[in-house]
Design a protein around this ligand. Structure first.
Ligand code: SAH
Ligand code: SF4
Length: 400
């Protein structure tokens, strides 16, 4: 990994490591066309491929099977051929933590065919609420950017996740929660109803894989999550914002966090490249946004830094004309940070001002505080454990 500072003084880590697929690759994350090509390579006649792809798609993404042997409408020969060349592997659960509020956090290992590379790990979090269940997925190992309040930014990177590793997080959650189509519930409701790209990494710096993964997650014949229930959060990679909207139609969230360039340059250094005015222009032009499909503006509450009523006033002014909602996030402290979370009454005052100006401004309730809450923290804490402890954790994750 190298670290470079560009002309604007933005420290950007370069993702040097490229993904090497395991000798027997997983079919998860491939498009229908790619699966058809793979089938061609193992001798499936052209005239059969489309039908076979349909069958596989259904077994993989509606039923969630993990073994070709379960694909009962696929001939035995075909199942043997598939199992000889491919897998249905998803990321491997290394550790699972269940909070007493029901939040679940998984540390996932990403297998690769790289001989020397230590398998990378990312986090994925499930947050159940009364009317929904939100899965927070990662798009990179670490992050190329270095927002000063974010723990992920401090981690050594970096590898982009593949589409399969991104889709695989949703599949692991459904596996662990027993949330595939056979799940028997009184009303047939799913547990994972929403996906947010708010885990590790900057999704717009891993554009192709994220786009491909979102197309699979929202595919109506598979996992079938509505695009309105998928939200991509970005720190503001302006040139890629409209493109992602056009190519996927998912909802957009912007990590704004400051209303003046001077402060945002410090909190979100990418702001030096794409300052607030340019970012808000990209939001104004985001395809398909309307009062029914608002853009979320995330605003982390940092004590004495960005939480004054003047900030709230300027925020309301800046967002004028943009179909917006504001998400106030209590800062989640991590070891070594110099920031503190704003006092609760200050968060309330801020929220009230924004609400009175006509914006929905829910304060994101801190979830899973008892299970190493801050983004990126599970990974770091687990890295401190000895090999034996890690093995024990893995065994626990496998058996329950
Ligand atoms: N890289 C993307 C998405 C991942 S971060 C982005 O920055 O938008 C998801 C959200 O969590 C972002 O709004 C990010 O700013 C916020 N965040 C990061 N660290 C945090 C912390 N310690 N406390 C509260 N929010 C944090
Ligand atoms: Fe990366 Fe987002 Fe963290 Fe910034 S806030 S360092 S963009 S993950």
């Amino acid at each position: 990994m190298t670290q470079t500072t560009d002309a604007l003084g933005i420290l950007e880590k370069t993702a040097l490591e490229s993904y090497v697929p395991p000798a027997q690759p997983s079919l998860i994350g491939l498009s229908r066309e790619e699966i058809a090509d793979r089938l061609g390579e193992i001798g499936v006649p052209a005239g059969q491929r489309k039908m076979r792809v349909q069958q596989l798609w259904h077994w993989m993404y509606v039923r969630g099977v993990q073994d070709f042997a379960e694909m009962s409408n696929v001939s035995k020969d075909m199942r043997t051929a598939l199992a000889g060349h491919f897998t249905l592997a998803r990321p491997e659960v290394v550790a699972e933590q269940i909070s007493n509020d029901g939040t679940r956090k998984w540390l996932l290992r990403l297998p690769s065919g790289h001989a020397t590379e230590r398998a990378h790990e990312v986090e994925c979090v499930y947050i159940p609420e009364t009317d929904r269940g939100t899965l927070c997925v990662s798009s990179q190992v670490g992050c190329t950017l270095n927002c000063s309040f974010c723990h992920t930014g401090t981690q050594r990177l970096v590898r982009n996740l593949t589409a399969g590793e991104i889709v695989g997080q949703v599949m692991v959650a459904r596996d662990r929660l027993g949330d595939w189509v056979d799940r028997e519930t009184p009303n047939g409701n799913r547990l994972v109803t929403n996906v947010v790209l708010m885990g590790m990494g900057e999704p717009l710096y891993n554009f192709d894989a994220v786009r491909d993964a979102l197309l699979i997650i929202s595919d109506g014949e598979g996992i079938a999550l509505s695009r309105r229930r998928i939200t991509l959060s970005t720190s503001g990679v302006v040139p890629n914002i409209a493109r992602m909207g056009e190519e996927t139609g998912v909802m957009l969230a912007i990590s704004l966090h400051a209303v003046r360039d001077e402060l945002r340059n410090e909190l979100v250094p990418l702001n030096r490249k794409y300052p607030i005015a340019e970012l808000l222009d990209a939001c104004r032009n985001y395809p398909g946004s309307s009062n029914a499909r608002r853009i979320t503006f995330e605003y982390v509450m940092l004590k004495g830094v960005n939480d004054s009523l003047d900030d709230a006033k300027l925020l309301v002014k800046l967002l004028k004309g943009i179909p917006a909602k504001i998400n106030l996030i209590p800062f989640n402290p991590w070891p070594g940070t110099t920031y503190e979370c704003s006092d609760w009454d200050q968060i309330e005052k801020f929220s009230e001002y924004v609400f009175n100006a006509g914006y929905s401004s829910p304060v994101r309730t801190p979830r899973g505080r008892d299970i190493l809450a801050a983004c990126g923290q599970l990974k770091s804490e687990t890295e401190k454990l000895s090999a034996r402890e890690r093995q024990a954790l893995r065994a626990m994750a496998m058996t329950d």
